[in-house]
Design a protein around this ligand. Sequence first.
Ligand SMILES: [Cu+2]
Length: 261
Amino acid sequence: MKKTLLAAVAAAAFPAMASAHFLLEYTTDTMIEAPGDVPVKLIFWHPFENGHVMDLEMPEEFFVIHRGEKTDLKPTLEPVRFTGGENEGAAFKGSVPVKRSGDYVLVTVPAPYFEASEDIYIQQITKSFLNRNELPTDWMEPVGLPTEIVPLNKPYNVLAGSTFTGRVVANGAPVAGAEIEIEYMAAEPDMDTAASSTPVTAPPPGGAVVAVSDDNGYFTFGIPKAGYWGFAALGSGPVTEHEGKDLSQDAVIWIRAWDLE
Ligand SMILES: [Cu+2]
């Protein structure tokens, strides 16, 4: 309730920041055909409206889970710049070694980001998914993060026009009544130019698209369009304070939807 009020106040005072912040773990593809190092960009942005880019610090953790095994990818990260529709900001480029068949669950635990317009810290613990050779191995398992969204649909080939269901958990327990902001990656990072692509659409009127988790932590959303969709459960994490200020410890998940052609 408090968060909603804060958001409303912030939206009134800072209309440019009205929409959702999202940490991206961006790869150009989710299905990896050739084995090798897959480039990934970590960008803290508003991709639905091709809006403000926030400066990203070196994350606390960046790793991949493959066949239950965790590999630290932080050493692959190097600072880069990213230019969105409004400004340029600090981001990171890393790489994911994809060799064997199976799922690759990418996880970023960023450092808390101070959002001056709301006078709070934000920490978006983020998951995304790659797959090689269509062998499912890890996507349905919780990673065991302080907070995360566990997918109930295979997250790298959701059909546009179908639905996506996720479960919000904190320390393994369901989070009821979590507010989940939903974001379409209308503009995508161009991996070569360090800029965003031209947005293919714009957010609807009415502010952030929102769902609320039920008593068991579940939510479902109908996916209207192919592309990347992000879900951020706001303040679903167990840590609520950082350096004397409120912390919104959010769980973010990215999925990829496809048209049937
Ligand atoms: Cu923002």
